[in-house]
Design a protein. Structure first.
Length: 74
């Protein structure tokens, strides 16, 4: 996992955007959709990964905005 990857994680009654390895969230939102939009912009700008977690904390979706090899290995 990239050190710059963005994670959308549950936070109390809202949702937070947190960079991988960070101890604090960069921003917190009331809805998951708002958090996803913010995290997606950051991931695209930084050319990194976006991980969207569910309320249970498990990753439910992942998007890559990096420079992935084409064709993919494997």
């Amino acid at each position: 996992m990239s050190g710059k990857a963005q994670h959308v994680v549950p936070s109390g009654s809202g949702w937070s955007v947190r960079r991988a390895g960070a101890s604090k969230a960069s921003r917190t939102f009331k809805t998951q959709d708002e958090a996803i939009a913010d995290a997606r912009k950051k991931a695209q700008r930084q050319k990194t990964e976006l991980y969207i977690h569910g309320r249970d904390g498990r990753i439910r979706e992942r998007s890559s905005y990096g420079e992935d090899p084409f064709p993919p290995k494997g």
